[in-house]
Write a protein that binds this ligand. Structure first.
Ligand code: TYM
Length: 338
């Protein structure tokens, strides 16, 4: 009997090469878990990547690297649909329709756009960056996803997705499922190891503040050992007064499954040093097999491309059906067979 699984969809940009620990704990780890219980679609969003300039060869390599890392974390192409966004052109086609349903002011209020465009200035900011969240909305709506596993920084984009989907439904009749964000409270935001006031991020973090999964583990271990903490001595989770330490406890807990309360107990009476050293070991222990699995996929690009081709085919079947329905409702004339 066909199972009535809820559907999840999420995406990750291939821009930085290696994923960082925030990507993994905030989002990808949940993707791996959800493939067991949901009808799961996961995309390497290369169309989103070119909203900032990319070298073509590097983009191709980092798209494969992103897919290999997703497989390395445990995504299983027999349990989920893993694909590259540009292989499913229907996303961009639906995005155009959604662009025409999104207000200029509405798009201008997106905080990620405001932050990025403020940094880059008007001349350095593309229209693609402006409509980025609308393409993201199309990514989600085209699969009628119920849930979208992401980190906290994507919440506003999911809200926009609901608003635009709802607007389409109101204007043209029920078509799209309105998705809920799926954000794990504990790991929703992983902070920079050197500046725990900001999130770990490829664009804002200093080299010592960000942990890249594909780096040599010894290099990352050193970053954990030299992470910024407060001047106190007590191992206690407190986001307000001990943001650095709290971030380390969050990471430790997420990587091991040991609760923060248990960790506080375990490290009672100890200084910060042993916790950092142990966390460095925990991370190394976790990351080594991940890197090895990722490397296996990188060493076999033909197999990797085969997995992605299969994923694109599965994804397209769904995306094409939704797009055809949406086009018909909008009033586009069906293309007659020649
Ligand atoms: P991207 O590629 O920036 O990040 C991928 C995922 O990692 C999460 N994340 C974090 N989570 C916790 N702490 C952090 N420090 C941290 N940094 C990043 C992000 O929240 C994200 O879930 N717009 C999306 C890509 C996208 C998408 C989609 C997502 C395109 N289409 C459709 C969901 C559905 C993005 O830029 O993610």
């Amino acid at each position: 009997m066909a199972t009535q699984r809820l559907r999840v969809l999420s995406g990750i940009q291939p821009t930085a090469g290696s994923f960082h620990l925030g990507n993994y704990l905030g989002a990808v780890r949940q993707w791996v878990a959800l493939q067991e219980t949901h009808d799961a679609f996961y995309a390497v969003v290369d169309l989103h990547a070119i909203t900032i300039p990319q070298d073509p060869e590097e983009l191709r390599a980092s798209t494969r690297l992103a897919a290999a890392q997703l497989l390395g974390t445990g995504l299983d192409p027999t349990r989920c649909t893993l694909f590259v966004q540009s292989h499913v052109p229907e996303h961009a086609q639906l995005a155009w329709v959604m662009n025409c349903l999104t207000g200029f002011g509405e798009a201008a209020r997106m905080t990620q756009f405001k932050d990025k465009s403020a940094k880059q200035g008007t001349e350095g900011t593309t229209v693609g960056l402006f409509t980025y969240p609308v393409l993201q909305a199309a990514d989600i709506l085209i699969y009628n996803a119920h849930r979208v596993p992401v980190g906290e920084d994507q919440r506003q984009h999911i809200e926009l997705t609901r608003d635009v989907g709802e607007r389409f439904n109101a204007r043209y009749g029920p078509t799209f499922t309105l998705p809920e964000p799926y954000i794990l409270k504990e790991a929703a935001k992983i902070y920079d190891l050197q500046d725990p006031a900001i999130k770990m991020s490829k664009s804002a973090s200093s080299p010592k503040g960000i942990v890249w999964l594909m780096d040599e583990p010894a290099k990352s271990a050193k970053k954990f050992r030299s992470a910024v903490t407060d001047t106190g001595t007590e191992i206690r989770f407190d986001r307000e007064t001990k943001p650095g330490l709290s971030n380390l406890l969050t990471i430790y807990s997420a990587l091991t499954g040991i609760s923060v309360a248990e960790l506080e107990e375990k490290f009672t009476g100890q200084l910060y040093g042993p916790l950092k050293t142990e966390l460095a070991e925990v991370f190394t222990h976790w990351v080594a097999p991940f890197r090895a699995r990722t490397q296996e996929y990188l060493d076999d690009p033909a197999e990797l491309d085969r997995i992605l081709a299969e994923g694109a085919e599965k994804a397209r079947a769904h995306a094409a059906a939704t797009l055809a329905d949406a086009y018909e409702k909008v009033g586009f004339l069906p293309a007659a067979q020649a």
